[in-house]
Ligand binder design. Structure first.
Ligand code: ADP
Ligand code: ADP
Length: 225
């Protein structure tokens, strides 16, 4: 199955603001897709539907063949790895290792298997050497990489990142790009950083006024932005 299928997704907030007006999109396994669009276009609202923070008003969201529904939320939250814009919203344990272990431990992984999962996730983001340090002793760029590791440890079907390059200095930005490129996982990144989208994503979608206004090769959509 595809990593993600969204069909005719519409959503209005409780105050009546209609944020999505029938979003259709399909992301195949292993694709890296940039989600672009002006403020207020509905990007955050769409992302909140992917792991069931919001449930569809109309339409469907399907992750690796499983529909997002109240009774599938546990499975969906394991399969959709959300990396927030601010890593400090995601890191709250005494050490980096504890933060990365939190999700899998909660899912019942124990002992040597847990240690191996944590090691692998930290290795994939180049953060193994800081495993025993408190997250707040790390640089912002390092904390963002640890935040990525916390979701990789859940072995997600799709990694969804909100503005992954924001607040990074050029070196940290480049390091994160290399890491994201090296991952063998489906990626959807919400970004205003067009060079980053061009560099990392073969495909881009532009959300505008709650619908997908364009979808195609990033280079064609953005030219030499
Ligand atoms: P984006 O992430 O692309 O900036 P959002 O998904 O945040 O767009 O917003 C889409 C629309 O929904 C906007 O009109 C926004 O004002 C509105 N909106 C977002 N969150 C809420 C909310 N909690 N209650 C009411 N309206 C909201
Ligand atoms: P982003 O930068 O990701 O597009 P925003 O800055 O648009 O996010 O929104 C930040 C927060 O404010 C979100 O939680 C969103 O749901 C909320 N929000 C946005 N617009 C409204 C609105 N019109 N009414 C209530 N909450 C809103």
């Amino acid at each position: 199955p595809n990593s993600l299928e969204v069909s005719r997704l519409a959503y209005a907030y409780p105050d009546g603001t209609q944020a999505l007006f029938g979003v259709d999109l399909t992301i195949g396994r292993g694709e890296r897709v940039a989600l672009l669009g002006p403020n207020g276009a509905g990007k955050t609202t769409l992302v909140m539907h992917l792991n069931g923070i919001l449930t569809p008003g109309h339409g469907t969201v399907t992750v690796a063949g499983t529909p997002v529904r109240r009774d599938t939320l546990k499975e969906i939250r394991q399969r959709v790895g959300l990396v927030f814009q601010d890593p400090d919203d995601q890191l709250f344990m005494p050490t980096v290792r504890d933060d990365v272990a939190f999700g899998p431990a909660n899912a019942g992984v124990r002992g040597e298997e847990l240690a191996a999962v944590v090691k692998n996730a930290l290795d994939r983001v180049g953060m193994l050497d800081v495993a025993d340090r408190p997250p707040h002793h790390l640089s912002f760029g390092q904390r963002r990489r640890v935040a990525v590791a916390t979701v990789l440890a859940m072995e997600p079907e799709i990694l969804v990142l909100d503005e992954p390059s924001s607040n990074l200095d050029p070196a940290a930005r480049r390091e994160l790009a290399e890491i994201l490129r090296s991952l063998d996982v489906t990626v959807l990144m919400v970004t205003h950083d067009l060079p980053y989208a061009l560099e990392l994503c073969e495909r881009a979608m532009i959300l505008s006024d709650g619908v997908v206004a364009a979808d195609g090769p990033t280079r064609e959509l953005l030219g030499d932005a």
